[in-house]
Design a protein around this ligand. Sequence first.
Ligand code: PRP
Length: 212
Amino acid sequence: MDNMINIALPKGRLGEKVYELFRRIGYECPAIHEQNRKLIFENPEKGVRYFWVKPSDVAIYVERGAADIGVAGKDILLEYRPDVYELVDLNMGKCRMAVAARTGFRDDPGRTLRVATKFSRIAQSYYNEKGRDIDIIHLNGSIELAPILGMSDVIVDIVETGTTLLENDLEPIETIVPISARLVANKASYKFKQQQISAIARKMQNMTAEKG
Ligand code: PRP
């Protein structure tokens, strides 16, 4: 392992905001602003190397040590339970995991509930706790279609503004858990690069702590 800190950033709008945080705590990497399709950027002077990865893959890079640290959504951490340390709640990328259904839907507890979702594990444990019998329909996207087409009774999905639900005549009926972006670390890296990683965690904590 080299002495650089390898950081997996989630591609997209959240990733840009997260990079801005790293920049403000002293890990700038001007090359990242070049308009190209490169996925790796480094600044040897600051001892930092960034990777742009698909948001749902960040935890995989960190778990396997390809990245020392990264920023992943709590939804992904709950769904895949990667073996990483969760260091800081960054209080960004905030949304919630919710159950939604067609407007006016009434649950019939006597029937198995058909649940369409990308988050099968989160859905399963939520309904297990309630002792509710369900049939999971695992989808990879456009989850909102399932209840519209009568393929499922409800969906379990991320709700941010609620616009997607509204525009598809669906409404949130239960909140499962609030979601936000988390700083995560590889377990071995945390041991061997502890000084650097805890300094980053501490600074991030100070920058992003909720006031009040
Ligand atoms: C999520 C989710 C909803 C949407 C909710 O999708 O699956 O479709 O955001 O946001 P809203 O409440 O503000 O409308 P995302 O954009 O993360 O992409 P995905 O379709 O790949 O899941």
